[in-house]
Design a binder for this molecule. Structure first.
Ligand SMILES: [Zn+2]
Length: 258
């Protein structure tokens, strides 16, 4: 059974068929889910979703593209959300220089404040990083050395991978590993130590082949898992077990939370 460590089931994209999507996922062999937030409202929705469903967990955080209004009160509200049952991480947080909607300095302030929140609450963090690996890794090297970190939807160079692994990061791989041109990402998927690898869909985004361009959902996770298992020359069952164990350890799911 697979663990989808990054899916946005709380978003309006699933308003029409959220329950059915969970049923389809379970039928496809995906049995556990982590729903991160990207702002306060989605973090709140993630917490509510997790509290309604067994095997659905939540992370709370403000995404770099939503960090324009980040303030001390935002941090207070995140702290209150983070202490709710079934919240297992702070995320998704990080840096995104692709969209250029929020100035880098603003993104960095929100990122570091949330890394400090994670440390204060003793929670792991889920990192979103796009076109910003050098700055993101530098901030993690300065402010996140003692934290448990997942680099979600990893898309950096191999040099960034080595730096992230040196920091102790776990690497999240999903749909893009199935794209014909994603040779470097398949190299990443083949190179990561098995105990530092987790799987994710990022649904409703980043649909794998052959669903590219349409809405993604957790039931499609086996498509990415099959490619990762293939490049690692291992059976998908063994990959599922190892990445599932990694997820449970990283998000400390053996303790309480149900
Ligand atoms: Zn995401």
């Amino acid at each position: 059974m697979l663990f989808d460590t990054h899916c946005h089931l709380d978003t309006p994209a699933f308003d029409a068929d959220r329950e059915a999507a969970l049923v389809r996922a379970r039928q496809a062999g995906v049995s556990r889910f982590l729903n991160p937030g990207y702002d306060l409202a989605s973090s709140q929705r993630a917490v509510e979703l997790a509290q309604r469903h067994p095997n659905v967990y939540a992370a709370v955080g403000v995404h770099p593209n939503d960090a324009r209004e980040f303030a001390a009160e935002t941090l207070d509200q995140l702290r209150a959300l983070a202490t709710q049952p079934k919240v297992v991480a702070i995320g998704e947080i990080g840096l995104d220089y692709y969209w250029k909607t929020v100035p880098p300095q603003r993104q960095a302030e929100a990122f570091v404040a949330q890394l400090e929140l994670a440390r204060a609450l003793d929670l792991p963090v889920i990192i979103h990083c796009r076109d910003a690996y050098d700055d993101c890794l530098a901030l993690l090297e300065r402010h996140g050395r003692d934290l448990s970190v997942v680099m979600h939807a990893f898309g950096g160079e191999l040099s960034h991978l080595w730096r992230a692994l040196d920091l102790g990061c776990t690497i999240g791989i999903g749909g893009p590993v199935t794209y014909p041109k994603a040779q470097r990402l398949r190299e990443v998927a083949a190179s990561v130590l098995l105990d530092r690898l987790v799987l994710e869909t990022d649904a409703p985004y980043l649909s794998p082949q052959p669903h590219r361009g349409k809405r993604n959902e957790p039931a499609f996770l086996p498509l990415a898992a099959a490619v990762v298992a293939d490049v690692r020359r291992m059976r998908i069952e063994d990959l599922a077990r190892a990445t599932g164990d990694n997820s449970v350890r990283l998000f400390r799911l053996e303790q309480t939370h149900e």
